[in-house]
Design a binder for this molecule. Structure first.
Ligand code: PAF
Length: 299
């Protein structure tokens, strides 16, 4: 029979269990989450199970990555259901830090990642990655895993965490997991819970329009023109606002212009050193029925 998942709420008991596993020679994979878990998160847990002897997840709705006008208070909190799903997926331990135990009253340290964390999301959510970098650093320090897994849906977040971990010499391998989608192709997200059926119908157009745009770009269409058409198509489909439709270098996330040939940049690109000829990624953020959605795909 599968072992019962351990629910741990303090750093002390977390550290005791991690140490016991380490002394036993076991490796640890970590899946940080903000709860409101769905099958996308379970695919991360599943990957973690394959990559290490023990899987640890965390649930913490991190206040520092929400802007004052965002949905921190309304963010779905479904602890019992989350724990049940983690148990069913074979997660060994879930760390749910007690309210107030993540940031003490004297907290004064901030982490600002440059490069990949600049532009795109940061143009619209200026302090988002500072909040993510801080909480991820704290969680990685507390859990001290061998591997940590993040979804590719938050593509810029994944790139930011890779940069952070490399720059701060954390001995942790960061793995990206493929985007999980519903049967209509909508990327799974905890915020999809906010949609009524009309909103959901509109939201499900995002991946269709994104793929059309990616196909046109693959065929060599001009980036500037094609991304503008994509933004207009989103508005025509019922999206209320488009934050960006951008093409970026897969690794550096530098914004690209010109045309793409066989997944490579063949023409002009906006780049500081113009050195890497990387593959390209299409990234989109748009609002629909009061919800902000992001999605991305390879070109
Ligand atoms: O992607 C998320 O759910 C969050 O940004 C993360 C990485 C758990 C940090 O709060």
């Amino acid at each position: 029979m599968r072992e019962k998942i351990k629910i741990v709420r303090t750093q002390k008991s977390l550290r005791a269990q991690i140490t016991a596993w380490r002394l036993n020679g076991e490796t640890i994979a970590f899946v940080p989450t903000m709860g409101a878990l769905h099958s996308g998160h379970m695919s991360l847990v599943n990957l973690a199970n394959k990559k290490a002897d023990r899987t640890v997840a965390s649930i913490f709705v991190n206040p520092t990555q929400f802007a004052p006008d965002e949905d921190f208070d309304a963010y779905p909190r479904t602890e019992k259901n989350d724990v049940d799903q983690l148990q069913a997926e074979g997660c060994d331990l879930v760390y749910i830090p007690r309210k107030g135990s993540m940031y003490n009253a004297h907290h004064a340290t901030h982490i600002k990642v440059g490069g990949v964390a600049e532009g795109l999301e940061t143009d619209h959510r200026p302090s988002f990655f500072e909040g993510v970098a801080l909480v991820v650093t704290k969680l990685l320090n507390r859990v001290a895993p061998d591997i940590a897994i993040f979804g590719e849906k938050d593509y810029q977040q994944l790139a930011t965490i890779r940069r952070l971990v490399e720059d701060l010499d954390m001995p942790i391998k960061i793995l990206g997991a493929k985007i999980a989608r519903d049967k209509y192709g909508l990327a799974l997200s905890s915020r999809n819970k906010y949609f009524d059926s009309e909103g959901l119908d509109i939201a499900r157009q995002l991946n269709v329009i994104m793929r059309d745009c990616a196909n046109a770009l693959k065929g060599g269409a001009d980036i500037n023109r094609t991304t503008k058409i994509c933004a207009r198509d989103l508005l025509d489909a019922g999206f209320s606002e488009v934050d960006y439709v951008s093409v970026a270098d897969t690794n550096s996330l530098e914004i690209l212009q010109g045309r793409i040939s066989q997944g490579r940049i063949s023409q002009v690109r906006v780049s500081k050193d113009n050195s890497v000829q990387g593959k390209a990624r299409l990234l989109i953020a748009a609002h629909c029925a009061g919800v902000r959605l992001i999605d991305n795909c390879a070109i």
